[in-house]
Design a protein around this ligand. Structure first.
Ligand SMILES: [Zn+2]
Length: 229
């Protein structure tokens, strides 16, 4: 287990917290099954408290199990399941910006347990003799941190820091998230369509009027799939 702890440094954030990993991370299939069984019972009680006769309702009599499974396997999967190790490669003299935009994001707000949808845009510049990451690995990093409880500001930082750590020696990393929060559209103020935009930048991307920073934001305007920024 001590070896695991070291290996999974990048994933941890804060053990036990909604945006961190579950104690004992990563969980085996058996441990996940045990967790689902416990959560199923607890969710049944939650529905009892809300006056829902779920046991006799044909549409809801399996809902506590469905909800528990959705949390463990999908909505909070990043708290229980480790990412496969991410390999980085020599940049072979490429010194330009690498951008992946419109990475789909599904997450859940830690405050209200309502889903967050949106996109993540990531840019970085490898250092001299530095490392680049396989493109799909950026998607996997987004999945790992998105599939937990989240506060968008912190999620932006977590993704940024993971990319920065993996591209060791980089000249800068920038991460922008455009998120739509169901806790804003479905409850409270109930405003549809409001989007939250957060950006975390380091290295050259922090300099005002920096060309790489401009190139990153300009690229987001091209065929942006309707996700305006
Ligand atoms: Zn919320």
């Amino acid at each position: 287990m001590a070896e695991n702890k070291k290996k999974y440094d990048i994933e941890v954030v804060q053990e036990g917290f909604a945006n961190g990993v579950a104690p004992g991370f990563p969980l085996s299939d058996k441990e996940k099954e045990k967790m689902i069984n416990k959560a199923e019972k607890a969710y049944g009680k939650f529905l009892d408290a809300l006056g829902c006769d779920w046991r006799n309702d044909p549409n809801s009599n399996d809902t506590p199990r469905r909800v528990a499974k959705a949390y463990v396997h999908d909505l909070w999967a990043g708290r229980y399941t480790a990412m496969t190790p991410i390999t980085s490669f020599p940049s072979d003299g490429y010194d330009g910006i690498v951008i992946e935009r419109n990475i789909p994001l599904t997450s859940m707000c830690s405050h209200h347990h309502q889903t967050i949808g949106g996109v993540v845009h990531i840019g970085y510049i490898a250092g001299e003799g530095g490392k680049v990451i396989g493109l799909s690995k950026l998607n996997r990093i987004v999945e790992l941190f998105g599939r937990r409880g989240a506060i968008q500001e912190q999620l932006t930082s977590a993704i940024h820091n993971a990319v920065s750590q993996i591209t060791e020696g980089n000249k800068g990393v920038i991460v922008t998230i455009v998120g739509t929060h169901n806790c804003v559209s479905c409850r409270g103020v109930k405003h549809q369509g409001a989007a939250m935009v957060t950006t975390k930048a380091s290295g050259v991307f922090r300099e005002n009027n920096n060309l790489a920073r401009k190139e990153f934001f300009d690229s987001l305007k091209i065929n942006n799939g309707g996700h305006n920024i």
